[in-house]
Design a protein around this ligand. Structure first.
Ligand code: THG
Length: 368
């Protein structure tokens, strides 16, 4: 038995006690928190997501709150996606780049008021970044972490579960839109979102002392639908083509290379961090692109936990950035971050971590 001690440096999730009581068996570290990954049956967890409904502790999706007269101005400076038409109650998927146009995070931004925004971040320290940029630009905005912890409910039956808790209005939520409400006096925001393509919601708990209470409400409401445990599911997100910033990307990756060019508006104001570099990269044409890999063989192969070389005619042409067994395709699949000289239909060779050479074909993403 191995034990983590939650400390100020390893922030405990408000759902931690419930998660442990449910029998969490594996986890990873994300935003200096514990991200529950599995409860001992990854196959069931996958199929529950595909056919039913699952609940995930995703409190690791921490919020960077911008508050004050210049909050909207800073939000736009931090992201090359045009936010001028974003409404209160709307969320948007917004890439965040550094001054070189390198992707440093891919948050979901929530606009709560004209002067209040949350960036629901992926795994990198954006508070420092946002504070530094606000200070250097002399902006009147306060940057804090609010007491907010998302709980994801994902899968085709998620709408039935979430509407049974909150009411039929949740059916009308458009993608990434959210509503602030209460549940037995527990303050929450309910958003249509989540890191899967199976449909779903995230309940943003706004009182960290009531995590177990919220957990039990969702658990109870999910019983008629056979709600299962789990965590963000690598095979499903890979099949569905979702990006995992920090695993599919390295310190040189720009949004165009990982299919996020559609979230970059090149005509945003010049003061937006990275926009000059992004315009240049766009004009020159990115060097790499992200394609799918289908590996030879019909049984589960080694997962890839770090990047593995992709070879063509004996020369390195790119990296395989992840590799999973797809239960629906019955193939090992992964993402290639690869030279634009390689294209769909090409056969490449992977140098696996254990030294084996494995053939794979390049395909379009999403796989499904
Ligand atoms: N939930 C919350 N915050 C988050 C994540 C989350 N912050 C970080 C990380 N996950 C963000 N990553 C993604 C990536 C993709 C999507 C959601 C979160 C996603 N993409 C859709 C797609 O690519 O098809 C739709 C995007 C669109 O068109 O706007 O859903 O999981 N709270």
């Amino acid at each position: 038995m191995f034990e983590f001690f939650p400390t100020a440096r390893l922030r405990p999730s408000p759902y931690f006690k419930s998660v442990m009581a449910e029998g969490c068996t594996s986890a990873s570290i994300y935003n200096r928190m514990i991200l529950p990954a599995s409860f001992g049956n990854t196959e069931k967890e996958y199929w529950d997501l595909i056919n039913g409904v699952v609940m995930w502790d995703v409190a690791v999706e921490r919020q960077v709150q911008l508050e004050g007269p210049d909050a909207g101005k800073l939000a736009q400076i931090l992201s090359p996606r045009d936010l001028s038409k974003c409404k209160i109650g709307q969320g948007k998927y917004v890439p965040m780049c550094n001054h070189d146009g390198v992707l440093i995070n891919d948050p979901i931004m929530l606009k709560l008021r004209e002067d209040l925004y949350w960036f629901s971040i992926a795994d990198s320290d954006i508070w420092f970044w946002a504070r530094a940029i606000a200070a250097e630009r002399g902006l009147n905005v306060k940057i804090t972490e609010p007491d907010v912890s998302p709980l994801a409910v994902q899968g085709p039956k998620s709408a039935a579960v979430v509407s049974s808790i909150f009411g039929d209005w949740v059916h009308d939520l458009k993608y990434f839109w959210f509503s602030e409400t209460e549940l037995n006096g527990i303050p929450v925001a309910v958003q249509r979102s989540g890191w899967s393509k199976q449909g779903g919601f995230e309940i943003y708990l706004r009182d960290g002392t009531r995590g177990d209470e919220l957990w039990n409400i969702v658990k109870e409401a999910g019983q008629p639908y056979g709600i299962g445990n789990g965590g963000p599911t690598s095979p499903e997100r890979t099949e569905s083509g979702l990006v995992s910033c920090g695993s599919d990307t390295d310190e040189n990756t720009n949004p165009f290379e990982v299919r996020l060019g559609g979230y970059v508006d090149l005509d945003v104001a010049d003061q937006v961090v990275g926009i000059q570099a992004l315009r240049r990269i766009h004009a020159e044409g990115p060097k790499r692109h992200q394609l799918g890999l289908v590996l030879e063989g019909d049984s589960p192969d080694a997962l890839a936990f770090s990047w593995e070389d992709i070879l063509m005619n004996g020369k390195k042409v790119g990296d395989m950035t992840n590799c999973v067994w797809s239960p629906r395709l019955k193939k090992n699949i992964g993402y290639a971050l690869i030279s634009r000289s390689c294209t769909i239909g090409d056969i490449v060779t992977l140098r696996r971590a254990d030294g084996r050479h494995v053939q794979a074909s390049l395909v379009d993403i999403p796989f499904l």
